[in-house]
Design a binder for this molecule. Sequence first.
Ligand SMILES: Nc1ncnc2c1ncn2[C@@H]1O[C@H](COP(=O)(O)OP(=O)(O)OP(=O)(O)O)[C@@H](O)[C@H]1O
Length: 275
Amino acid sequence: MPASPPAPQTAAAAAAPAAAQARVSVREVTMAYGSFVVMKDLTFDIQAQDIFVIMGGSGCGKSTLLRHLIGLREPARGQVFYDGENFTAADDEGREKFIRRFGVMYQSGALWSSLTLAENIALPLQEFTPLSAKDIRDLAAYKLALVGLSGYEDYYPSQVSGGMNKRAGIARAMALDPDILFLDEPGAGLDPLSSRRLDDLILRLRDSLGSTVVIVTHELASIFAIANNSVFLDTETRTLGAVGNPSELRDHSDNPNVRRFLNRGAESESPVSSS
Ligand SMILES: Nc1ncnc2c1ncn2[C@@H]1O[C@H](COP(=O)(O)OP(=O)(O)OP(=O)(O)O)[C@@H](O)[C@H]1O
């Protein structure tokens, strides 16, 4: 069947102007490793400037979904659209244009240990822009300033804290001014204070740069502090358990697995009445 843009989900959406198009639309995506189906029939939207969390229990497929969103894996079925354009069906050249709009920080954080923080950020600028060495140096310093690391340009990753490494990783993901930042477990391994600082930074970046941020995490404090939208991957049913604002899902989802997860394992027997 030919690929078609995602259908509007409501009458209001149908009447909305093109500018209201979801930034990311996932349509009936099934993810599999060979014959092992991780999740099936995922359909949800991520809006521009969302801080959108992919959540669920260990091994449910959060990182796998992230890999599908950035094109590292192909859906076994279904499609992913960016601003209504079919990413899954794009040829290599078309796909490259999408990927240039993504900034990605992987779970490991993975800065090059033999390069300074500024050199780490300069790397994608050297590879993908025609900028002069001086402009690249200035831009790397600017990106580090955005994440609160002014003055640390010449430090090596081993000379700064874990939280600072994560912030530098975010600066590197932002090097090419992406529309969408993908962060895989950004708070992993951080103490609570550093983790909170990272949350504040993510909020500030969204507000000042207007980025859309997609985050894989299972840290509830972070989820409630920063996410306005989310998807819950349900290991039990191997499909989407809920989509929406995490605080609302915690109190009102009709899926007990969602409420249990968002209430730290202490499931409320029935949804809290919103009236
Ligand atoms: N390359 C792979 N080949 C085969 N199976 C894989 C591969 N990567 C992940 N899996 C399996 O797919 C499932 C989902 O893995 P994934 O890492 O996406 O889950 P996750 O929710 O991110 O887990 P965690 O919370 O532990 O990081 C798991 O059962 C995992 O063992």
